[in-house]
Design a protein around this ligand. Structure first.
Ligand SMILES: *Cc1c(COP(=O)(O)O)cnc(C)c1O
Length: 443
């Protein structure tokens, strides 16, 4: 097909952005949406269908963010939409237990190694609650995390973070008391010696180690073979809990998430896990879960308090349940093939333009780092040429492809990314790679 013409000037988006900044800090409700890392006008999206976003100026873009992961089936999937509409017609919230919650919990328990789950409304709530449960169950207070792993904006975990924070190059954030982060140990990812040393020194005080099952919030850094098993084993040896955060990777990387690539094969399981994004099907739903004896510590069965007015909301759990039921092996095979095509083409285009880059992936999740050497940790990710990425991003946007507006993010495809969507991406890549080279990214 012919190359789509460059998009129209974002006049309406600019007007909304200005209006938004009057009533909302930065005009956005989550910082990365403001385009601070790449400059320019954030696009206000009016509607979405399948693999495509339509902005308020009428421009269409192939979506490579998929709402930062959730839209595994693509936007406005007819069956998800019908299920959600039927759920809305039955009333949107009752504050009582409902059947869809049980069905979604059963689906998650069937796909993952958790015995039980408790629903919450965001990934942040899930990790916050998992840490409370870990502390309550162990009677210990320290938490270990890795630099560049993002677990939502939980006080104790904003000791050093990727994603938005990494982009703004802020170490932690004002507003988090020292007393919160004083109980957090932050280590470089993949650094086994640092993990050993932390546990050797503080092992009897560590409640849990939390890690992204495969980091995706500094770009995609697949765990080296055996690394997650090592973490699980180290925690077990010291009586600490291993908390695997699969908010991004869960039901995305494979049908069993990242655990399907390591724990399921190697024969171990995390003590606690967190989920979000895909399991909400585009509505606010998240969960934490794990071993039955640990989950039994939660209120109302056990003493550890946790609650939520909209937790397990019938509309959100219906969206999640319908999404997961439709996410068959065929869907994951399609996602795999599409991811392979896009990442191979991106690599080729950047090679041809002489732009240093590394493509990394785990399962169907991938990203492109604008740096010349493999990325194993946050320090490596931080060596990226962000100016080259900004030029690349805008050239893609002008050609109708919507990439994450930051070099530190995963790219996401959906089951709705068909030939036309993929062709649009492949057509845009060579020009964008040349724009990155011109911005200083050439070797
Ligand atoms: C997105 C994300 C979170 C936070 O989820 P929210 O719903 O944005 O609060 C936590 N952990 C990981 C790994 C994530 O990718």
């Amino acid at each position: 097909m012919s190359r789509p013409s460059p998009t129209r000037e974002p006049v309406q988006s600019a007007a909304l952005f200005e209006r938004g900044q009057v009533v909302t800090p930065g005009g956005v409700n989550s910082p990365v949406r403001a385009f601070n890392a790449v400059g320019g006008t954030p696009r206000f999206i009016r509607s979405a269908q399948g693999a495509w976003l339509t902005d308020v100026d009428g421009n269409e873009y192939v979506d490579l963010i998929c709402s930062w992961g959730p839209m595994l089936l693509g936007h406005a999937h007819p069956e998800v939409q019908a299920a959600v509409q039927a759920a809305v017609a039955r009333g949107t919230s009752y504050g009582t237990p409902t059947e869809p919650e049980i069905e979604l919990a059963e689906e998650i328990v069937a796909r993952t190694p958790v015995d039980q789950v408790r629903f919450v409304s965001s990934g942040t709530e899930a990790t916050m609650s998992a840490i409370r449960l870990a502390r309550g169950a162990t009677g210990r207070d320290l938490v270990v995390k890795f630099a560049g792993c993002y677990h939502g904006h939980v006080d104790a975990l904003l000791a050093s973070a990727g994603s938005g924070l990494a982009t703004f190059a802020v170490p932690g954030t004002p507003g988090v008391p020292e007393s919160s982060t004083a109980l957090t140990i932050v280590l470089p990812y993949h650094d086994r010696a640092a993990v050993e040393a932390a546990f050797a020194e503080h092992g009897d005080r560590i409640a849990c180690l939390i890690t992204e099952a495969a980091p995706g919030n500094m770009g995609v850094v697949p765990p080296e073979p055996g690394f997650n098993a090592f973490l699980a084993e180290t925690c077990a040896r010291h009586g600490a809990l291993f908390v695997s955060d699969e908010v991004m990777t869960g039901f995305r990387v494979t049908r069993q998430g990242q655990w399907g690539l390591d724990g399921a094969v190697e024969g171990w399981r995390p003590d606690l896990m967190t989920f979000g994004k895909v399991m909400g099907g585009g509505l606010p739903a998240a969960a934490f879960g794990g071993r039955a004896d640990l989950m039994a510590q939660l209120s109302p069965v056990g003493p550890v308090y946790q609650a939520g007015t909209l937790s397990g909301n019938p509309v959100a759990t219906t969206a999640g349940l319908t999404t997961l039921r439709l996410a068959t092996d065929d869907v994951y095979a399609h996602l795999d093939a599409t991811a392979e095509t896009v990442k191979t083409a991106a690599g080729k285009a950047l090679d041809a333009a002489g732009v240093p880059h590394v493509v990394q992936s785990t399962g169907t999740m991938f990203s492109v780092f604008f740096t010349g050497t493999p990325v194993r940790d946050f320090a490596d990710a931080s060596s990226q040429d962000t100016a080259a990425y900004a030029a690349f991003f805008h050239a893609m946007l002008d050609r109708g492809v919507y990439l994450p507006p930051s070099a530190y993010e995963a790219w996401f495809v959906s089951a709705a990314h068909d030939d036309r969507a993929v062709e649009t991406i492949l057509d845009a890549l060579p020009d964008a790679a040349r724009a990155a080279a011109a911005a200083g990214g050439a070797a």
